[in-house]
Design a protein around this ligand. Structure first.
Ligand SMILES: [Zn+2]
Ligand SMILES: [Zn+2]
Ligand SMILES: [Zn+2]
Length: 450
């Protein structure tokens, strides 16, 4: 792969040879990474492994580690050694994760024996993108200055001379180019800046997906890395693109999200196809209400775990989603919205223990995805297949269970390492179903003989 600059999208990553589905295009360790507000209590700060017996740093009482190895590692590679004091002094004031990440990236990039001029210049060269809420950026810059001042970074005086506009652009550069790190079930565990991967542009019909590894995947992995895996055959010369958001969102949601978080309007082929010229003003209000109960809220739910956890709230969301299914007319623009809603309904039904109903919604999801071969190898689709296979197995519908578990396994075989817990779950579930299936078949044969 190589970097190229195009007029429409700026710098991007391009393939220099052909790739097949499942190929790893890029694998790299994080330049810097931090936990998020919601994960900082429950995961190791050095490898993102979750656990109940995490040890807390005795100095800042904030950083948590799964063991001595991770604690030593975070101290020796300086990431925690430099920030520990700042974290300790500012703990009560809650430091935004992006401030910690920016500080760690700057510490590393400005280090005198390994200065990364290229990275520092990246936002000097790039035009300063104005935030929609400039006060927010001012606030973050102030927090960052304060954090760096209180840190133990040996060269912190040199950081004081950095201008506010530079720091603001740097924060924005990271907000737009850092990756949210999630496990294979798409639970958010942290945020990391991956140097090479950060050049990859967005496309709503991407040819690659970003997957992560860390302690959440296997005890033996002690650092956080990203893997860019190919999900469609790629020819030499083609741009490597990933999606910055869930591909299962409607055009309206995608464009609003991209504009709000990444400050651009997507002009990809899928957006052109799905773009709607109709007047959306009336619908937008409605859409917002639905979104409280669908995909976007799932993201928020992960960040704020208590938001929808109570049974009553789940029930309300389930009712609302059912209503939405009936309200919207049968036309192309609603197809993705409906897909998003049925996937959400599947999840809600599982929580509400309406298993049979859950299979009906997930089947609707599968019906739609079958028409979209470009997403056939997506890990999000595999996860829904695994869910559906497990539901069928629970309901004793072994033939259907076998069908979906096999399909999920086929996708995971291409994309994941065998140690990945989700791959193992899939394999185990399939093993159980197969054994039971064979037993039932044998019984049938014997009965047939009698
Ligand atoms: Zn660890
Ligand atoms: Zn500490
Ligand atoms: Zn697009």
């Amino acid at each position: 792969m190589e970097l190229q600059t195009t007029l429409e999208k700026g710098t991007g990553v391009f393939a220099t040879r052909n790739y097949q589905v499942g190929n790893i295009i890029l694998s790299e360790e994080a330049y810097a990474f931090v936990t998020l507000q919601n994960s900082s209590l429950s995961v190791c700060h050095a490898c993102f492994r979750s656990g109940h017996s995490l040890k807390t740093c005795s100095r800042c009482k904030f950083a948590k580690y799964c063991g001595k190895y991770c604690q030593r590692k975070a101290w020796n590679d300086c990431s925690h050694r430099w920030e520990c004091k700042a974290v300790a002094s500012l703990r009560e004031k809650k430091i935004p994760s992006i401030v910690r990440l920016t500080a760690l990236v700057l510490f590393r990039a400005c280090s005198p024996n390994n200065r990364n001029e290229e990275l520092l210049n990246r936002c000097r060269k790039a035009p300063y993108v104005c935030s929609t809420v400039p006060e927010r950026l001012d606030y973050l810059v102030e927090k960052l200055r304060c954090f760096m001042k209180l840190s133990d970074y040996p060269e912190k005086n040199s950081l004081e001379s950095l201008e506010d506009t530079f720091l603001a652009s740097f924060i924005q550069m990271l907000e737009m180019n850092a990756h949210t790190v999630y496990d294979s079930e798409f639970n958010t565990v942290g945020v990391g800046f991956f140097y090479k991967a950060s050049f990859m542009n967005h496309d709503c019909r991407p040819n690659c997906v970003a997957l992560f590894s860390g302690g959440f995947q296997s005890v033996s992995i002690t650092s956080v890395s990203i893997q860019i895996r190919c999900v469609r055959p790629i020819d030499a010369g083609e741009e490597i693109v990933i999606s910055y958001l869930d591909v299962c969102l409607s055009w309206l949601d995608r464009s609003e999200w991209l504009l709000e978080h990444y400050m651009f309007t997507c002009c990809c082929s899928r957006c052109k196809e799905e773009q709607c010229s109709e007047n959306w003003t009336d619908l937008k209000q409605d859409w917002k209400v639905i979104n409280q109960f669908t995909a976007i809220s799932v993201q928020e739910e992960r960040v704020n775990k208590n938001m929808l956890t109570s049974y009553e709230k789940m029930k309300k969301a389930w009712r609302k989603c059912q209503q939405c299914m009936k309200t919207y007319p049968n036309c192309a623009i609603f197809d993705w919205k409906r897909t998003e809603i049925v996937s959400r309904l599947g999840y809600l039904c599982i929580v509400l223990e309406k298993y049979s109903e859950a299979t009906e919604y997930l089947e609707l999801y599968m019906d739609w995805m079958k028409k979209k071969p470009e997403f056939a190898n997506f890990p999000t689709v595999a996860l829904e297949m695994l869910k559906l296979g497990k539901l069928y197995a629970y309901l004793g519908k072994l033939k259907q269970a076998k069908y979906y578990l096999e399909k999920a396994k086929q996708i995971y075989e291409k994309l994941l390492v065998r140690e990945d817990p989700i791959y193992r779950t899939c394999e185990e579930e399939l093993g159980k179903v197969m054994a039971e299936y064979e037993w039932v078949m044998q019984q049938k044969d014997q009965l047939g003989v009698i």
